[in-house]
Design a protein around this ligand. Structure first.
Ligand SMILES: Nc1ncnc2c1ncn2[C@@H]1O[C@H](COP(=O)(O)OP(=O)(O)OP(=O)(O)O)[C@@H](O)[C@H]1O
Length: 239
């Protein structure tokens, strides 16, 4: 079964056509990247798939569930990490993970498992016991990623997962995401950092002005456009 099928998806904000009839499919177990410049329509697409905002037209199914009629079911199997997410600052990192795990766990064993996994993803050592208000941006981002992945959702939708992070933290987060796919989590992510996505994604869709311009593996796209990296691919495609 396909993890995601998007057909002719369109979304307007007033007169602005933010998403303009896009089509793409994501296989189960894949890391699929939506890449494109600011304002391309990435966040809008991710928010529609996360059931946060409504599409104007087109069809979306997520593991066979239809967006619009099966939204409750979809919410049970996905997690969404927004670009500008925050954690509860008055809680400790651990307190935040425990609070969130309470929504997912069906037994004490499962709760403990989720928390162990969350702590290992966040990788904050003893600082996990400190208040979130004392965390750096990178620490908060890792905590939020832990929250998004710790209960092994079928699909994790991550908006700019490494935005604002330094190289060391970005690489760490990239490795975390790659490891989770091995545990059966499918990942849809967005980024305007094309070089980074190249190393993270199995396949990417290049998006600009609400339209998908091409889809392929990073290697396949580089071959097709005789480019050295995805930034060059993008420049060729928009020409
Ligand atoms: N709430 C909104 N109201 C009106 N217009 C919006 C709204 N949100 C987004 N837009 C417009 O829709 C288009 C797509 O925006 P979107 O945020 O989806 O792009 P993006 O690819 O995620 O960009 P970024 O990388 O800057 O986050 C842009 O023209 C944007 O100005």
């Amino acid at each position: 079964m396909k993890a995601i099928v998007v057909e002719n998806l369109t979304k307007y904000y007033g007169d602005v056509k933010a998403v303009d009839g896009i089509n793409f499919e994501v296989e189960e177990g894949e890391i699929f990247g939506l890449i494109g410049p600011n304002g391309a329509g990435k966040t809008t697409t991710l928010r529609i798939l996360s059931t946060i905002i409504k599409k104007d037209s087109g069809g979306v199914s997520i593991f066979g569930y239809k967006l619009g009629s099966d939204d409750e079911k979809i919410r049970e199997i996905i997690t969404y990490l927004p670009e500008e997410a925050g954690a509860y600052k008055t809680l400790s990192g651990l307190g935040y993970l425990q609070f969130m795990a309470g929504f997912y766990a069906k037994s004490k064993e499962e709760f403990d498992e989720i928390i162990e996994r969350g702590k290992s993803i966040a990788n904050l050592g003893d600082r996990i016991k400190d208040k979130v208000s004392t965390y750096s941006k990178g620490m908060t981002r890792k905590l939020l990623l832990a929250r998004a992945l710790m209960h092994l959702p079928k699909l994790a939708i991550l908006d700019e997962p490494t935005s604002g992070l330094d190289v060391v933290n970005s690489i760490e987060i990239r490795n975390i995401i790659k490891d989770f796919v091995k545990l059966g989590v499918t990942v849809l992510l967005s980024s305007h950092n094309m070089l980074e996505v190249e190393f993270l994604s199995d396949r990417v869709a290049l998006i600009d002005k609400g339209k998908i311009l091409d889809i392929g593996t990073p290697v396949g796209l580089k071959d097709k456009y005789s480019a050295r990296n995805l930034e060059e691919v993008f420049m060729e495609v928009v020409r």
